[in-house]
Design a protein around this ligand. Structure first.
Ligand SMILES: [Zn+2]
Length: 72
């Protein structure tokens, strides 16, 4: 099933570094904090778009994409 995403989210999905959430993208849940080895933990935060209800996960893990769009 294909979901239609709004223009803001289309742009959001292309942000890789230092991207800030677009104006209709709100925090959806509590942040998840992952403690790594030593001080290098990272945080994941879910966001949901008010316009098209697309969900994103923002991660501070440098090995992941910064913004991940959930499809399906
Ligand atoms: Zn959207």
């Amino acid at each position: 099933m294909k979901i239609k995403i709004c223009g803001h989210c289309e742009q959001q999905s292309k942000k890789h570094r230092n991207g800030t959430p677009h104006e209709h993208l709100l925090k959806f849940d509590e942040p998840r904090v992952f403690i790594g080895n030593g001080p290098k933990g990272y945080t994941e935060q879910d966001y949901q778009c008010l316009t098209c209800t697309s969900k994103f996960t923002h991660s501070t893990n440098k090995r992941d994409l910064t913004w991940t769009l959930w499809r399906g």
